[in-house]
Each structure stands twice: as C-alpha cells, then as structure tokens.
Design a protein. Structure first.
Length: 559
C-alpha cells in the first residue's frame, strides 16, 4: 500500500504553479520589451518602498523596491493598467526616473509585506550617491581604523531595522575613505561572506556577514552602479561617484560570478591619493636629478615598467605635473582615465568602438602635442607609433609590463621595433615596485641574521654609487602593529626604483638582440642603484622592513 502525503503533494503543486507563473512573466517581459525580476527572497528596501504610499501601491498593483538618487525601480503586474500609469506619472512629476520591471503576483505580495517595516516615508536627495551629509561627515571622523568600521557595521546589524542597506553601504564607503583603502572586496564563501579592504596594497579582513545582508548589499551596489539587477551569471562593470567635502571620488565597480555568489570589488579612485609630487615618490637623490633633467627635454621616450599595481601611472602623473605649464600641450591616452589632471587633455580608450591605444595615439599626434602619455604599450603598432613620435620631436611617457628596467629593450625588440630606432628614441627605461613603509609610531629595532644578513651584505658590496659605497650593515626595523596603522605595522607606501639610461654601451648591446642580463651588465657603469640596492638603502634607513622587501622584490636573485 502506498501512503499519500496530501500536504506534500499540495506543496509540490504550489511550487509548480509558482514556477509556471514566473516563467510566464519572464516570457511576457521579453515580448513587451521590459525587464523581468523575481522579488521572492530578494531584499526590499523600505526607503524605496515608502515613496509610493501603500494604498496607492495596492490599487496600482505596483511596488518600488530599489532606489538610488532619483532613480527608482518599480515592479508591476501590468504596465498598461491606468492606475499603474498614474503612479508612474506621479513619480516622474516628482523628479524620479522610473524603470519598470514585470513581476509576478507573488513578488508583488512579497514587496507589500514590507510596508509593515515603514514608520515614515523617507525622502532621498538627488544627485550622485551622496555621502556629503553632516551625518556622513561625522562618520568619516569616527572611522579611523578597520576595528572602528567593524564595530559600526555590527551595531547596525544588531539593530535589525530592515538591515538598513543604505546605511551599511555608506559605512563601507566612508570607512574605505577613513582608512585610505584603495579598494573594497565583498567575497561570498561557502558559509558566509567576507568583507576586506586593501590597505597599502595588502588585503585586510574587516568582518564576515551573512548571505541575507550580502544580498541587500549586492542589490544596492548594482543599482547605484547602473548594473543589471537580475543578471547573476555574467561579469559586470559599472561606476558611481560619492562626495565628501568639496571632493568628488569615483568608485569603479566590478561584479564577478563565482561558486558561491557574485564577488564585488569597489575600487576607490581618490584624487588625493594621486596627488604625489615627484619629490615624494621615493626616488633616490641622483636618480631624481637625472629624471628631472630628462623629463624637460623636448623629445625622447621615458618608459616605466613593473607589474599591475606597482605605481607606474602615479609616477608618470607626477612627471606630467612637474613639467606642465601654460605653454605646453599635454595629451594622455589611458585605459581607463583614473584621475583627472587640470590643464591636461585626457582621453580614454574604447576598444569596442575601435578607439585603441594605437588609434588614440595617431589622433593625438594630429593635435600638435608637446608631450604625450600612452597608458601602456601592448602591441607592435602602438610601440612603433610611440617610438616614432619620440624620434620626431615629441616627449613620450609610457609603460610596459616587464619585471625590470633591463627587460624593456628585449620587450621592444620582441614587438618588432627597429633596434636603431630604439637607441635614438628611448632615453630612460625605469622599473618600480611599491613597498609598505613601517609605521613610525610602533616599529621596533631588530637585527638581521642568517640568510637575510648574507644577502643584504652581498647587495651592499655590489653598489657602485659612491654616495652609498660606505654603507655598512646595521640594525634595521621590524613591524609591530598599533591602532594608528590598523595593527599591520605599516602606514603608507614608497616607491623602489631602478633605471637604465641610453648610452653607447646600451646602444651597442641592443644591436646584438641582447638578453636582460646582457643589458643589465652593460648598464653597470652608469652609477645608478638597481632595484634591490635601492630597497636595501631604504631598509637600512628604517623606511621599510626585510619582510616587506622580500615581498615585493626577489632579492635572492639579485646576487
């Protein structure tokens, strides 16, 4: 005899009917040129819901569920319903930009159930995502450490007032500014979602949150970034701006689907972070003098190399600011334009529309510039145009992806550039890394021992620059960690550099299709520090630690 579970059967039938309804509404949305959205299980923002009073919403069979600035997402059963149209017209007359989503009746009832959470209708300010209010300014004053941010978010979550999505996102953004984070990472894992800030190039944990809170944050960030809310299996990129004091800060959003959900990265492009002068980069005194001379020449090419995130663009911006004056025309071709420089023409590549580095460079040359900055030389065509521009009366700044300065020349040769043109165009090949600076408040003196001591002594013996040949090994400093450095032991970053100048030995080597080692050997007599030597000088000066030096430079390979 087979037992019949009527409750289970009814539940299965209900789920089947619901699935059929959602599929029907999705098909109907496609045929009517609308977006479909399933609100079941998705956070409904009470600040959005409240802009349509409940009686009117129920009459119109419409519910506002997402709101940013004056853009509102409204879910409807029938966009042609007269009362639905009336609600949309009312919102439009109030300055809202309405995006309609076709939703099922179940989704609509799910949204209506959240009216109970609303105690009052909240008005939202217009403009970009606004964190310039007095309340947020106070928040910025309170959020100095990662621990401060963690406690602030935990207090919001403990209040359990509809999760206060907007409030959490504001804390995360204000916190990023407060601790000078370069980006914020929201990473779904198997059982929870991890929040992390990148501080001085290294990721630091903030706290773990539940998936319920994560879903609210994901929806909010997608909305303010102009991304598709119902797209979950494709990478998306967007942007938005926030305001604090008189500064507009751009946020670049990247959404990437993963095994446990969509990973979110918000990159903070703070104009104050790029406001680094040439004197503040960390250039060794003699190299700084050489570069100050080279960047004022009327033509030639200065190439800066290093991995992504090594500060190459910041260095080139510092050069541009150093040479910029009213009588000089400067044009940049970047991907993307990360920071805006006053008085300089900046353009952004758009490969989808055929605007590449090479086509942008050709167009820039027709604008009669004195100086051109090309964000990166990636291909043979761009390399050829940039090299020829440097040989025909223009000063060109650009970057390459190589490990060191010596690798610049083999890389250009591999791109098919004529070696004779290289020698007549390239004036300086640089390489750099960014090392964290020890926190001046908590660093402690320590002694080098073992292999570290042997390596540093060997590097010191190889220094040929007279000013540093007298350096001897002494005690160095190590990180400790305190509240002022978020318990990391480090605060801020400094560049570690090396450079090779074009001279007769380098020119002769280039003709022979040289290896990196052969170029480095030819440059030994130029009187400039290698990257490892520059790092050791900063180590002995108490600027950074041996652990940090090993993290950013392969000092073992230097001897």
């Amino acid at each position: 005899m087979v037992d019949f579970d009527e409750d289970k059967q009814n539940l299965q039938l209900a789920e089947l009917r619901q699935k059929e309804e959602e599929e029907f509404m999705q098909s109907a949305a496609t045929s009517r040129g609308l977006q479909y959205f399933n609100l079941s299980g998705v956070p409904i923002e009470t600040d959005a819901l409240g802009i349509i009073p409940e009686p009117q919403a129920r009459e119109a069979q419409a519910a506002a569920f997402q709101l940013v600035d004056k853009r509102v997402g409204v879910g409807v059963l029938d966009p042609d319903n007269a009362k639905t149209k009336a609600v949309v017209e009312t919102l439009s007359s109030k300055g809202y930009t309405v995006t309609l989503f076709l939703i099922s009746r179940r989704s609509l009832e799910h949204a209506f159930s959240h009216y109970a959470e609303i105690s009052r209708v909240k008005e939202m300010k217009g403009g970009s995502f606004d964190i310039s209010s007095d309340e947020i300014q106070k928040m910025l004053g309170d959020l100095h450490t990662v621990l401060d941010i963690k406690k602030h978010i935990e207090s919001i979550l403990a209040a359990k007032e509809g999760f206060q999505t907007t409030r959490i996102v504001e804390v995360l953004l204000a916190g990023a500014l407060g601790v000078n984070a370069s980006d914020l990472h929201v990473e779904p894992e198997e059982k929870q979602v991890r929040l992390r800030y990148r501080l001085d190039g290294v990721l630091n944990d903030v706290l773990d949150i539940s998936y319920d809170v994560y879903n609210y944050i994901l929806s909010r960030i997608k909305l303010i970034s102009g991304l598709k809310l119902n797209l979950h299996t494709t990478a998306q990129d967007g942007r938005f701006s926030i305001h604090t004091n008189d500064t507009e800060i751009e946020i670049r959003t990247s959404i990437l689907p993963g095994a446990y959900g969509e990973s979110i990265v918000l990159r903070v492009l703070n104009p104050e972070a790029i406001a680094v002068s040439m004197e503040e980069l960390g250039l060794e005194k003699h190299l700084q003098e050489v570069l100050a001379r080279e960047i004022t020449k009327p033509n030639g090419m200065i190439l800066n190399t290093g991995p992504t995130g090594s500060g190459k663009t910041t260095t080139l911006y510092a050069f541009l600011k150093k040479v910029h004056e009213p009588g000089i025309k400067i044009i940049t071709i970047e991907d993307p334009v990360e920071y805006h420089l006053k008085g300089i023409v900046q353009t952004q590549t758009n490969p989808d529309k055929g605007y590449t580095f090479s086509s942008g460079l050709r167009a820039a040359l027709r604008q009669d510039p004195d100086i051109i900055m090309v964000g990166e030389i990636r291909d043979e065509e761009t390399a050829e145009i940039a090299i020829n521009a440097a040989a025909t009366g223009h000063l060109v700044f650009s970057t390459l992806h190589t490990n060191d300065a010596a690798g610049t020349f083999p890389r250009l040769l591999s791109l098919g550039v004529n070696p004779k043109v290289i020698s007549s165009s390239v004036t300086v090949a640089m390489a750099q890394r960014l090392a964290r600076k020890l926190c001046t408040y908590c660093k402690k003196e320590s002694a080098l021992a073992g292999n570290d001591k042997v390596i540093v002594e060997k590097i010191l013996l190889e220094i040929t620059v007279p000013e540093y040949q007298g350096l001897t090994l002494k005690n160095v400093f190590s990180p400790v960690g305190c509240k002022l450095c978020n318990m990391t032991g480090y605060k801020g970053r400094i560049g570690i550099f090396e450079a090779i100048l074009m001279d007769q030995k380098i020119e002769a080597a280039i003709i022979q299709n040289p290896s990196e080692r052969e170029i480095a050997q030819a440059a030994r007599g130029q009187g400039l520090l290698t990257m490892s030597q520059d790092g050791v000088v900063k180590l002995l000066g108490g600027v950074t630690s041996i652990e940090e030096l090993r993290r950013v430079i392969d000092i073992d390979a230097a001897v």
